[in-house]
Ligand binder design. Structure first.
Ligand code: NAD
Length: 298
């Protein structure tokens, strides 16, 4: 298939590579010339704008930081909607708010294009391995059409419902993750202060009712799980600032429907404090440093 791809960052670049590996023809655009060049070396064709990337496309994919970037890429003079043929589906895999998705989908619909929200989980590792989970919102018909394309980048492609529900799934999951990570950090730090071996405590949690992904796969206490970011100085994982962004999307969405998110709002403040203190680029499991004493920097 001829695919337009806009946004070749930490996630977009490996996703685009997997599309090339699957035999698709890619026209790519990013404001970073070096990001485009790297993909051209992998076999993609450079486009001078989102409009140019979309001109011949049978499907267009965007992977951008936030809603403002998606809006400009979509609706700018050189944007996707200015170049795309009628009937071609637009898939946005950025993590953005469900209300913006609905507005973008309405604009696309006005000129005969389906717009699917398809945020992902699995991180940069999943993007490179082609094992991402895609949470897709939009019409079943458009979903069925783009599913083979998404399958080249992901191992689990799920239709969540109408427009915006992909983002709903994503931000609700990350709301829970932000809370459970803070909860496990609190329990592990309390155990340390009360004198139990952290590995013994984690072992008990992981065979008891406290078990969750934050305790058994990504434990925030250093040295408990060798492969977790906590065991390598909280580098190379899911950044605190990205978690903060997702919790902001969740609490903003909650406000729109007057739904309480007591723990999510508290978790948001914890990650905000970390970011303010310079830990924004560290993995979000470094939230445990808010709880540990003098050895917190270890
Ligand atoms: P990133 O910042 O690494 O990449 C974004 C890319 O978009 C950059 O290459 C940037 O140059 C490009 N860009 C920005 N404005 C542009 C514009 N106007 N036109 C064209 N290109 C433009 O971000 P990322 O880590 O790849 O994340 C992308 C999205 O995926 C975000 O919404 C993020 O929340 C989400 N996400 C990230 C992860 C992760 O682990 N990094 C995991 C799941 C979801």
């Amino acid at each position: 298939m001829k695919i337009g791809f806009v946004g070749l960052g930490n996630m977009g670049a490996p996703m685009a590579r997997n599309l090339l590996n699957a035999g698709h023809v890619l026209h790519v655009f990013d404001v970073s010339a070096s990001a485009v060049q790297a993909l051209v070396e992998a076999g993609a064709q450079a486009a001078v704008s989102p409009k140019a990337a979309s001109a011949e496309a049978e499907c267009v994919i965007t992977m951008l930081p936030a809603a403002a970037h998606v809006k400009s890429v979509l609706t700018g003079d050189d944007g996707i909607l200015a170049g795309i043929a009628r009937g071609v589906a637009i898939v946005d895999s950025s993590t953005i708010d469900p209300a913006s998705v609905k507005a973008f989908a309405a604009l696309a619909q006005q000129q005969g294009n389906a717009f699917l929200d398809a945020p992902v989980s699995g991180g940069t590792g999943g993007a490179a391995a082609g094992t991402l989970t895609f949470m897709v919102g939009g019409s079943v018909e458009a979903y069925e059409r783009v599913k083979p394309v998404l399958s080249a980048m992901g191992g689990n492609i799920v239709h969540c419902g109408d427009t915006g529900t992909g983002q709903v799934a994503k931000i609700c999951n990350n709301l829970v993750l932000g809370i459970t990570m803070a909860g496990v950090a609190e329990g592990m730090a309390l155990g340390e202060a009360l004198g139990i071996d952290p590995k013994v405590l984690a072992g008990i949690m992981n065979t008891s009712t406290g078990r969750c992904w934050s305790s058994d796969t990504y434990n925030p206490f250093p040295g408990v799980i060798d492969a977790a970011p906590s065991s390598r100085g909280y580098t190379g994982g899911f950044g605190t600032d990205l978690m903060l962004k997702d919790l902001g999307l969740a609490t903003d969405a909650a406000k729109l429907v007057r739904q309480p998110v007591f723990l999510g709002a508290l978790a948001q403040q914890l990650y905000q404090a970390m970011s303010t203190n310079g830990a924004g680029k560290l993995d979000f499991s470094s939230v445990i440093r808010l709880y540990r004493r003098d050895d917190a920097a270890t």
